[in-house]
Design a protein around this ligand. Structure first.
Ligand code: G3P
Length: 216
């Protein structure tokens, strides 16, 4: 299972990369809006930090505009994958870009049939937004399970990228379901470290060592 980090914050990306668990990065217009500097500069820094898939999102809403932005973003680095929103025009753009060999991350997926359509159009990734479904009292992870089943049934190569992750249980359930990727906010990655028995265990080892007066 791949771990991407869901942020455009350079320090967070550097920290997570140093932990050795990072396979990629996803950004979106809201995440970029929180950071200083322009998008292109941020992307150029990110591709130097992480040698993996880096998702960059288009903001144009028309087909020509989306394609122009996508081609520009993809030209920045071979690892850049283009996030395209799931709309009828977005789907056309997905087909065009995929046919040209540009990887597409179909974003804002909220139903299994949207995911199926995106896969048929050639998307490299589909991004079901589980947290936003939970927010409206739907079971976000059920959507992931359905998409994994559909893609397995027909051997689609499109990867299921679990997005809008809000807590470690989303990551655990994604792993148990066989999702290909989870894109995880930095705060959730930090929580995944924590277990009180680990902290207690470290303290007990060190206390015993000191009490016995041992030296390395
Ligand atoms: O990157 C897309 C997605 O992960 C956004 O998450 O928390 O804004 O619903 P959120």
């Amino acid at each position: 299972m791949k771990f991407f980090i869901d942020t455009a914050n350079i320090e967070q990306i550097k920290t997570a990369a140093a932990w050795g668990v990072l396979d990629g990065v996803t950004t979106n217009p809201s995440l970029v809006a929180k950071e200083q500097g322009d998008y292109v500069q941020l992307l150029k820094e990110i591709v130097q930090i992480v040698d993996g898939s880096i998702s960059a999102e288009v903001v144009a809403e028309d087909i020509d505009g989306m394609i122009e932005e996508a081609k520009f973003l993809a030209s920045l680095h071979e690892n850049i994958v283009i996030k395209v929103p799931f709309t009828p025009d977005g789907l056309k753009v997905t087909k065009i870009l995929s046919d040209e060999g540009i990887g597409v991350n179909e974003t804002l997926i909220f139903s299994p049939l949207q995911a199926l359509m995106a896969a048929k159009a050639g998307a490299k990734f589909v991004s079901p937004f589980v947290g936003r479904l939970d927010d409206i009292s739907h079971q976000g992870m059920e959507l992931v399970g359905e998409i994994v089943t559909i893609f397995d049934n027909y051997a689609f190569e499109t990867e299921v990228l679990v997005a809008s992750v809000r807590h470690p249980l989303h990551v655990l359930e994604a792993a148990l379901m066989g999702a290909d990727v989870a894109t995880i906010p930095f705060a959730v990655l930090e929580k995944m470290f924590k277990h009180p028995l680990t902290d207690i265990g470290i303290k007990r080892f060190l206390d015993d060592w000191k009490k016995a007066g041992k030296k390395m």
